[in-house]
Design a protein around this ligand. Structure first.
Ligand SMILES: Cc1cc2nc3c(=O)[nH]c(=O)nc-3n(C[C@H](O)[C@H](O)[C@H](O)COP(=O)(O)OP(=O)(O)OC[C@H]3O[C@@H](n4cnc5c(N)ncnc54)[C@H](O)[C@@H]3O)c2cc1C
Length: 452
């Protein structure tokens, strides 16, 4: 990949032109706000070391975003947009310095109507969920970072999570209704994208305009129950997960399956998961709970814990052990652990899971998250990997790909090398229009170089 080095830019002039907008110049703060959670990857850490912005700006409304966009275009300064900075690919780390735009002050919930909500970009997912629940609705899906992550950060950097077993991934048609985006043209303007047009910006890592508002569909809210199960055999746990995922009459929001020894990293949950057992963490609607014991028994499992999810402050929050929080917990015990992100092919998913489970043993520890893809429930996985070298990690990735497992590689900061593999031509066309000087998050795409 070639990236054009950025010539020095007139930061002082930029700061002078942004009078009235909150600006952070303190170098420690700026360095902190130039980071995200790429630190889960031992491959990314050395590649992104020392990459920091020059200044952070914190717009309070869309007018201020327009002003920031105009100034960055005028002085040709690179722009990195930031929500809560919980992304895992170094998406928020500026490769060429410049301005970090922190969107977290824009946190107004514009409205919630039956089945739909409109919010500003910096609204935290948990805040939207709480507000929606007041009228009987909730978010269709959220990452396990929902307490801190912002809605626009999820749209631009995330893909799915808790709820994806029912509603699929965020990029699936219908899971995102509209986006309002500020351009970085000579005269920045606001564009509203609706329907399928939202894909021009969805998962674009902040290279295709600054999202200021998001309109998103909601799901009916259920009283959820958190459940922990244990299984002596991993494949019995995996088959149980598939059976629950396939049980269309049972409403569920989360099915996470964890091979031993992963549950031993869940320190607050260890009293419910004996050593050497495999675990399932579930979120099941209260009215479906009655059907759970029969299914669990069928696969030789044991229910060891049950709690109403809305019992705030009581016990551990199970959701914060699922998805990439699993990796977080494992790394607090052993920092040499990293992870993969995979989707197993629908036609031979559990067979391949079983093969990989036995083939890699303790080197690649199996963590499954069931999701719905094109109407079929299949296992995605965020396997924990005992890291030895980049070469070995790549070998493991290639082996999975050769056998038909899709890998969204979290050990690259290049969009095309991660989940997407190619840049969507529609996104590229949109980019040419909204960011003609290629100032947005430069260096993150092979297809694009910065024009200065
Ligand atoms: C422990 C852990 C667990 C996680 N679990 C999940 C999971 O279950 N599912 C999942 O999908 N992800 C997961 N993630 C990744 C991440 O937390 C989510 O994708 C989250 O939604 C990102 O939101 P954020 O506000 O932190 O975005 P940031 O990290 O701040 O930004 C992400 C990307 O979006 C861009 N962006 C942010 N705001 C805007 C805007 N207003 N306009 C344009 N671009 C913008 C940024 O430039 C960046 O490229 C996890 C990460 C961690 C550390």
């Amino acid at each position: 990949m070639t990236t054009t080095p950025v010539k020095s830019f007139d930061l002082e002039a930029l700061i002078n032109s942004l009078q009235g907008i909150e600006i952070i110049t303190d170098s420690t703060q700026v360095a902190k706000l130039s980071q995200d959670y790429h630190t889960f990857s031992p491959v990314l850490v050395p590649k992104l070391a020392g990459k920091v912005g020059d200044v952070v700006v914190r717009p309070a409304n869309e007018q201020e975003v327009l002003k920031i966009a105009a100034a960055c275009v005028k002085y040709r300064i690179p722009v990195t947009i930031r929500g809560a900075g919980t992304g895992n690919y170094g998406q928020c780390v500026p490769l060429h310095g410049g301005v970090i735009v922190d969107m977290t002050r824009m946190h107004e919930i514009c409205w919630v109507k039956p089945g739909i909500a409109r919010v500003e970009a910096g609204v935290k997912l948990a805040a939207l969920d709480k507000k929606a629940r007041e009228s009987g609705w909730e978010m269709r899906m959220a990452p396990s970072t929902y307490r801190t992550a912002t809605i626009a950060g999820f749209v631009a950097g995330g893909s799915g999570g808790i709820g994806s077993i029912q509603y699929g991934l965020l990029g699936d048609r219908g899971n995102l209704i509209a986006l309002r985006v500020v351009t970085l043209e000579d005269e920045p303007r606001v564009i509203e994208l609706r329907g399928d047009d939202v894909q021009k910006v969805n998962h674009a890592w902040g290279i295709n305009g600054i999202i200021t508002e998001v309109e998103i569909p909601l799901a009916p809210a259920y009283p959820w129950v958190e459940v922990i199960l244990t299984f002596p055999e991993f494949m019995a746990a995996a088959k149980f997960g598939q059976a629950l995922a396939d049980a269309d009459g049972m409403i569920k929001k989360e099915i996470g399956i964890f091979a031993s020894p992963i549950p031993q990293y869940f320190t607050p949950l260890r009293q419910y998961i004996p050593d050497d057992t495999n675990a399932a963490l579930l979120l099941v609607a209260e009215q479906s709970l009655e059907f759970l014991p029969g299914l669990v028994e069928q696969y030789g499992g044991t229910i060891t814990y049950q709690k109403q999810a809305q019992e705030v402050g009581k016990g551990a929050n199970l959701l914060e052990f699922t998805w990439n929080h699993t990796t977080l917990h494992a790394r607090t015990v052993d920092t040499s652990i990293t992870y993969l992100q995979s989707i197993f092919p629908a036609d031979k998913s559990l067979k391949l899971v079983e093969h990989m489970y036995h083939h890699y043993g303790d080197e690649v520890m199996m963590h499954l998250e069931f999701i719905r893809v094109n109407g079929t429930a299949i296992p995605a996985a965020l396997q924990l990997v005992r890291y030895t070298s980049e070469e070995r990690l790549n070998e493991i990735i290639h082996d999975h790909e050769e056998k038909g497992v899709f890998i969204a590689n979290p050990h690259t900061y290049i969009i095309e090398d991660g989940g997407r593999k190619v840049i969507d031509p529609e996104q590229l066309k949109f980019k040419e229009m909204v960011d003609p000087y290629r100032l947005m998050n430069p260096g993150k795409s092979k297809a694009l170089e910065l024009k200065v």
